[in-house]
Design a protein around this ligand. Structure first.
Ligand code: NAD
Length: 486
């Protein structure tokens, strides 16, 4: 198989998609996009400004009226075409996503392409299942019914850890529900969104229904989300950006949908089936180099199994091979940027008293932004390592005394996205999953998700759901119509 460097043949010139046209930014400004596995320039991306945002939003507004009146069957047909296009171009998508985001190619092929195709097919079908909950005569001589209507123009902002999949989670429900969109990918990972999705949307959807613009949070993102003609804002990103958007949106009371960070606790009780624990936790903690808001990186282990969990994870960490992301043996890619690696290393440098790095912690001798798979034992509950999202290949392990302490510590951060409970006791599994304040709880597993079930947080992990009928509903307005026929 070719190496990532050999695979890159030319520097891609990315375009915005505005009103059905693939176009440069208004002032022609571009920026280099690098492969984080080796620092090589792989693309040049448009740096959009206020004029581009305005053109994209105007195009969406112009298209929204007719698009909102299409039948669910028409919207389903186009989304099925989009899903087919993803399937047909799966290898190309996987290669570009791996080059852009530093992902091992085989994991992108195995873990991202088929799920994205399935998610689009789910939303295609879901478009035809939107329903009002009730219709009837609640007052004499009058019939009431509920309509679910598109909101209008949705601004959508995606992060860099799963660039195209997060775009699918946003455009899927938005377009299925009859909205027009303007989406901005993260500045470090625009390649598959602008380079491939843009071409597909231009070919399949009517002009203006789906618009894409490249650029940074400031000015492109902030101008987009505060634009007066935008009705709804959806962000997958950091809590800081989420709070800024929620405040900015309060001026016009735009609706906001926020998928923010996480700090998933993995609660391993003494009676857990230890056969699979270390392997599964490492597999889901180091997946995507730990840059996953649901990553299994905060382990809480019962006193009797604590040593086994620590040594099992340290052993696993040693097997996580870094290197060329196109080599099938590579399982751990680089961090997404130098800034991100510096941030992760900062947590290790400031590790609290009593904590010990029992595996990894170093930069491998490689050109990109790699960091070894790392295990830290014993950080205290109040330490920043436990309270803040590290978003890198670092798994922490804390010992707990009893069930009450495990629940208290698991719930004891500002985040509430995902958690897992490991035990063979059905009563305990049910009790603890009920007590955990997270949007998703797995029992004896961690990380699998399906198109039919919602993904979204409690607390400062945000509000609003991705995937499932819940996300489709989030992208609609509920209208009550009452007809007087007395
Ligand atoms: P970030 O918030 O800095 O950037 C995310 C996106 O927001 C980028 O496209 C960026 O350009 C844009 N942005 C930044 N400032 C903006 C502004 N003022 N207005 C509009 N857009 C703006 O986050 P990051 O550090 O790049 O991404 C990683 C974070 O995303 C982590 O905290 C991670 O947990 C979170 N995340 C959450 C989920 C989820 O589903 N909950 C999924 C992936 C990532």
């Amino acid at each position: 198989m070719a190496t990532a460097t050999e695979k890159k043949t030319k520097v891609l010139e990315l375009k915005n998609l505005i009103g059905g046209e693939l176009t440069d930014s208004a002032d022609g400004q571009m920026e280099d996009v690098v492969n984080p596995a080796n620092g090589e320039v792989i693309a040049r991306s448009p740096l959009s400004g206020a004029e581009d945002v305005d053109r994209a939003v105007s195009a969406a507004r112009k298209a929204a009226g007719d698009w909102g009146k299409t039948t669910p069957a028409e919207r389903q047909a186009l989304m099925l075409k989009l899903a087919d296009a993803f399937e047909q171009r799966g290898n190309e998508i996987a290669e570009l996503e791996s080059l852009d985001a530093g992902k091992p190619l085989h994991t992108t092929l195995e873990e991202e392409i088929a799920p994205m195709v399935d998610q689009l097919r789910f939303f295609a079908g879901a478009a035809r299942l939107l329903e009002g909950k009730s219709a009837g005569e609640y007052m004499e001589g009058r019939t009431s019914y509920i309509r679910r209507e598109p909101i209008g123009v949705c601004a959508q902002i995606t992060p860099w850890n799963y660039p195209l999949m997060m775009a699918v989670w946003k455009i899927g429900p938005a377009l299925a529900a009859g909205n027009a969109i303007v989406l901005k990918p993260a500045e470090t990972t625009p390649v598959t969104t602008l380079g491939i999705l843009g071409e597909m949307l231009a070919e399949i959807y009517p002009p203006g229904v789906a618009n894409l613009i490249g650029g940074h949070g400031e000015p492109a993102g902030s101008t987009l989300v505060t634009h007066p003609e935008v009705d709804f804002v959806s962000l997958t990103g950091s809590p800081e950006t989420g709070k800024w958007i929620a405040k900015a949106a309060s001026d016009s009371l735009k609706r906001v949908h926020l998928e923010l960070g996480g700090k998933a606790p993995v609660v391993v009780f003494d009676d857990a089936d230890m056969g699979a624990v270390a392997e599964t936790i490492a597999g889901t903690g180091y997946f995507n180099a730990g840059q996953d808001c649901t990553a299994a990186t905060r382990v809480l282990a019962g006193k009797k199994v604590y040593d086994d969990v620590v040594s099992g994870l340290a052993e696993q960490a040693g097997t996580y091979k870094t290197g060329d992301t196109f080599d099938p043996e590579t399982v751990l890619g680089p961090l997404n940027s130098e800034r991100q690696r510096d941030r992760v290393e900062g947590f290790l440098e400031r590790k609290p008293k009593g904590a010990e790095i029992v595996a990894g912690g170093n930069r491998p001798d490689l050109p990109g932004y790699f960091l070894e798979a790392t295990v830290v034992s014993g950080p205290g509950q109040d330490s920043e390592m436990i309270q803040q999202e590290i978003f890198g290949p670092v798994i922490t392990v804390q010992p707990f005394d009893d069930e009450a302490k495990a629940i208290e510590w698991a719930n004891g951060t500002k985040y509430g996205l995902a958690a897992s409970v490991w035990t063979r006791d059905v009563g305990r599994a049910t009790r603890v999953s009920g007590a955990l304040k997270f949007g998703c709880v797995w029992v004896n597993d961690h990380i699998p998700f399906v198109s039919e079930m919602p993904h979204g947080g409690f607390k400062q992990s945000g509000y609003g759901k991705d995937l499932s009928m819940y996300s489709l509903e989030d992208y609609t307005e509920v209208k009550h119509v009452m007809v007087n026929h007395a």
